[in-house]
Design a protein around this ligand. Structure first.
Ligand code: CA
Length: 236
């Protein structure tokens, strides 16, 4: 999962970004509204943390422009504690959730986890596929209750595939969602990570679909869950 943090307070941006990296996400940072808008408009993010008070272009304007251009990624806005009108305006223009400053970083992490699982149609913070269990709160993976030690790249890869279980994910999509913009991206490395992941998990939970990409099977009884929030009404 790849996230964008748009916050002009450099210390705060660094603090949030560091916590997100620690939690296993790839993170890009922007320090003003124009830079943030541009990244959100041109890169693929699974969620965005957006401060509203930003130089060059305010957060409400940035969010409004993304939404009008059809950018649907979940957006968590950061608001001042006593500015209720900011929250109302934020939701009206397309925010998915908010956190008021000052906040505990744990709250940002929990709200982002909720946004990410809602966007991919999951109800809980634990994702299960056969004997593999991915705990998004602790960023840990278990096979048959035994912990498996993964590098951050391996964790990100498995987490992305498990969030999108049942859907074939292409290598280029993986590259877009696993690495931050400064990373030297090469889709061949995905194959290497998949190989390591398979060896570490010890079971064949990741299937290769020749010419298309990779897929993790949906858990039993979860049919229709992986298509994302937009087609949840299909489960009549
Ligand atoms: Ca600010």
């Amino acid at each position: 999962m790849r996230l964008l943090v748009v916050e002009d307070d450099k210390d705060l941006n660094r603090q949030i970004s560091a916590a997100l990296v620690e939690a296993g996400y790839a993170v890009d940072r922007a320090y003003d509204g124009e830079e943030g808008w541009f990244l959100g408009d041109t890169e693929s993010y699974d969620a965005v943390v957006l401060d509203l008070g930003l130089p060059k272009k305010d957060g409400i304007t940035v969010l409004g422009e993304w939404r009008r251009a059809g950018r649907t990624m979940p957006v968590l806005i950061l608001t001042a504690r006593d500015r209720w009108s900011d929250k109302v305006q934020g939701f009206d223009v397309g925010a998915d959730d908010y956190v008021a400053k000052p906040f505990h970083i744990e709250e940002i992490l929990a709200r982002l986890r909720a946004l990410l699982r809602r966007a991919t149609g999951h109800a809980t913070s634990e994702l299960v596929c056969g004997p593999v269990r991915l705990d998004t709160r602790a960023s840990r993976v278990f096979v048959d209750s035994n912990p498996v030690k993964l590098t951050s790249h391996e964790y990100r890869l498995l987490s992305y595939l498990m969030h999108h279980a049942g859907r074939v994910v292409s290598r280029s999509e993986l590259v877009e969602h696993l690495y931050d913009q400064d990373f030297d991206r090469d889709s061949n490395t995905i194959e290497v990570f998949i190989g390591r992941l398979r060896r570490k998990l010890g079971i064949d939970v990741i299937k290769t679909v020749r010419g298309l990409g990779y897929v993790v099977a949906e858990p039993e009884g979860a049919a229709g869950k992986s298509g994302g929030a937009s087609d949840r009404h299909d489960a009549r």
